[in-house]
Ligand binder design. Sequence first.
Ligand code: 13P
Length: 247
Amino acid sequence: MRKPIIAGNWKMHKTIAEAVEFVNDIKDKVNNTDVEAVICAPFTLLKDLKEATKGTNIKIGAQNMHYAEQGAFTGEISAPMLKELNIDYVVLGHSERRQYFNETNETVNKKVIKALEEGIDPILCVGETLEEREASETKNVCKEQTEKALVGVSAEDMKKVVIAYEPVWAIGTGKTATSEDANDVIAYIRQVVANIYGDLANEVRIQYGGSVKPSNVAEIMNQSDIDGALVGGASLDVESFLGLLEF
Ligand code: 13P
């Protein structure tokens, strides 16, 4: 059984005071242990979020990290730095990082390897642009991004990787893939994983992301291959975040 995982990606939002208030507002209401609730937040919030969620079921993730252990990389954060805070997850290869910060399949791969080595579970993002979709390249792009990100990842480690299928054209646009379409691509990504890892692919959780909100989350979560959601805008508001968890 794959445990559903609903993760908020706060992107570049919230101050420490706002983040702590958010957690204080939700923590007594997040008690369904059948669903994993995760908040992926800016680096500055992580320590306080870990503190504020102590004793709850809410897990905390970062949104990026560097693949080096340490070094002269001004402005970067390493896996050991995240580990020191007991961070549970790290989002890697988000399309916004690929688009604006030169993230490549190769750097994503190095980061996935490093996160796993440090005991932080990666949420690996893949997904096609509108242009690629219109050129019928969706599956090819997802295959390439998935395969390249997983080079050198052992079967044992693969069990800890969460994949998020996020079509770039659906992010922050209010446009969602139809749930059938998203399920079709996600089933295909699972097949790509199965080609490398065999039956283990049935244990790997694959989320959908892109304009998920309380009003469409149930339909998305009802699909056979979709194991969760990675949510931007609709994860920022308390009622909305709780609504997502109650799919
Ligand atoms: P939205 O939910 O705002 O479309 O963002 C999706 C996303 O990028 C999550 O990582």
